[in-house]
Design a protein around this ligand. Structure first.
Ligand code: NDP
Length: 323
């Protein structure tokens, strides 16, 4: 079969299409025939060697995908060959076949296309944990969503609206803001608007925003603190700027701010939080209240271009690669 292989860390063009053996599922694992792979910012950071965990070489990228159950490893129960599932694993999905621990299988309504199923796990679980598990967002409250037309951004806007919050969306272009509005954002602002801090504070009733999903980092992190309301919660989810941010703890004291880090990988092992998110998200997807936003779709051989477009801010929704 064909698979993308990475033998040295670097920009996306270190990824190469190679012939490799079809993987065999080990005990507790399931093999899927991969239909669609969701590409996350984290995948590009891992190829560059800039992710939260060390990238072990050589490897095949791809942590989030949808496919048809093809073979079961020893001891796997409750999974039917032929069934379409979404899956969340560590790596290996950019290939015709991939194995994943059965615990990483995520049931999805059969009404979703393969691309929609692949766009679902990372963005929607992260959005839920940001808005509810860690963010404790309440219906009627304002939330600020950065990069609102991206994969996590579109998930966050839709989910926030479905949960009854009011959304201020930031993005870099008018086209991206239009996507956020179409998904229900109440207020949209260009992220480089020179008066953005003041305008965001005013939009949220003049007092600043109680809940902020922070994904850009660098100098924008300070802006998020400036946009936050007294006792505001800033959930640190990403660092798309790839720049360091400073934090002056005294500033948090003065305005009783809370800054909370969120990493989906470690939250997935919290069974209660995962079960709650799965229940709420499952209902909202099944009822069509949230619809995973599929972005541009690329062939396996074009994986490097897909990763580069994501890094260059050219994409909206979830970037999909179809092997
Ligand atoms: P997106 O589809 O949102 O793409 C990234 C977007 O980030 C761009 O389109 C761009 O939107 C915005 N951005 C802002 N500044 C920059 C910059 N300097 N360079 C590049 N992009 C920039 O990707 P994802 O949904 O995969 O991820 C969004 C963020 O959330 C990332 O930081 C990612 O690491 C994080 N994340 C974290 C998770 C966790 O568990 N902690 C899980 C999922 C995502 P615009 O042009 O509108 O500014």
């Amino acid at each position: 079969m064909k698979a993308i292989r990475v033998e040295r860390l670097g920009p996306p063009d270190v990824m190469q299409l190679q012939d490799v053996p079809v993987p065999q599922p080990g005990p507790g694992e399931v093999r899927l025939r991969v239909e669609a792979v969701g590409i996350n910012f984290a995948d590009a950071l891992a190829v560059a060697g800039e992710y939260l965990t060390r990238t072990r070489l050589p490897y095949t990228p791809g942590m989030e995908f949808a496919g048809i159950v093809d073979a079961l490893g020893e001891g796997v129960q409750g999974v039917q060959p032929g069934q379409r599932v979404a899956a969340l694993g560590g790596s290996g999905a950019l290939a015709h076949y991939a194995t994943v621990n059965a615990a990483g299988l995520i049931p999805v309504p059969q009404t979703l296309s393969a691309a929609q199923a692949a766009a679902f796990p990372v963005s929607y679980f992260t959005a839920y944990h940001g808005l509810k598990t860690l963010g404790r967002g309440q219906a009627g409250e304002w939330v600020l969503v950065q990069a609102a037309a991206g994969a996590l951004g579109t998930a966050s806007v839709q989910l926030a609206k479905a949960l009854g919050l009011q959304v201020i969306a930031l993005a870099s272009t008018e086209e991206k803001l239009e996507i956020a509005r179409r998904l229900g954002a109440d207020v949209t602002l260009l992220q480089d608007d020179p008066e953005r801090v003041q305008k965001v504070r005013e939009a949220a009733g003049g007092k600043g925003v109680p809940l902020i999903l922070e994904v850009v980092g660098g100098k924008r992190f300070q802006e998020s603190l400036d946009m936050a309301a007294h006792r505001g919660r800033v959930i640190v989810i990403g660092n798309a700027s790839r720049e360091q941010a400073g934090l002056r703890p005294v500033e948090l004291m003065k305005r009783n701010l809370t800054v909370t880090g969120l990493w989906l990988t470690s939250l997935m092992s919290d069974r209660d939080a995962t079960a709650e998110a799965a229940q709420v998200l499952g209902q909202l997807v099944a009822s069509g209240q949230v619809v995973p936003q599929v972005g541009p779709t690329y062939a396996l051989a074009d994986s490097a271009r897909a990763f580069q477009d994501l890094l260059d801010r050219k994409t909206t929704g979830k970037v999909i690669i179809e092997p």
